[in-house]
Design a protein around this ligand. Sequence first.
Ligand SMILES: Cc1cc2nc3c(=O)[nH]c(=O)nc-3n(C[C@H](O)[C@H](O)[C@H](O)COP(=O)(O)O)c2cc1C
Length: 209
Amino acid sequence: MNFEDIVNSRRAVNFFDKDKDVSEELLREMVELAAKSPSGFNLQPWNMIVLRDSESKGRLQKLAWDQPKVSEAPIALIILADIDGWKEENKTVEKVFLENVKAGIMSEEQREWFKNARDSIYGDSRDKQLAFACKNTGFFAMTLMLAAKSLGLDTHPMDGFDHEGVIKEFNIPDNYWIPLLLAVGYFDKDKQLYPPKWRKSYDEIVVEF
Ligand SMILES: Cc1cc2nc3c(=O)[nH]c(=O)nc-3n(C[C@H](O)[C@H](O)[C@H](O)COP(=O)(O)O)c2cc1C
């Protein structure tokens, strides 16, 4: 499939084939493709919880408007955006810096500059930190959906869920926001998809102020 085919054929799939599993290798491939997504300062403030067993998916379904696809899909992902993923003490931040130094992109002397740059953009409000975490994790999630399609898989993003309930039920630390849940599997070919949905045109997207 070329890029256009992938974009045009990706759909939010409501019905998953309950008998068709997704291998660990395929999931890994999909996630590692999505990990190529861009992020501010390359901070990659995304994580995810993988649910495969019916008991865990059932617990999630109850908190997700009881949407059956959560359990019917072989995999339900809880996508996590790390609100603290820009802070000096964050492990990924340290790794990004060290990798930059190793690659010759930054020098050891730029540690303070790197910290000040992050602090100046994200440091002064929770809104900015939440936006940082969710926008970057949104790119990751979008690439996950396209990567899945390119590998022959189908997905369904969901924000119809009780955010605080899921945080509590799955013991998720409070530095995370959940921008979406993502069901992953294979479309049940016995079911009917809605026709492709309406989209805004170029002229509706472009604005002037
Ligand atoms: C962040 C996000 C959250 C969504 N939440 C839900 C949801 O909870 N339940 C649902 O049925 N569809 C949900 N959708 C699916 C959208 O309705 C769907 O993507 C949109 O109508 C366009 O259809 P398409 O993806 O098939 O092109 C969500 C989509 C996104 C991107």
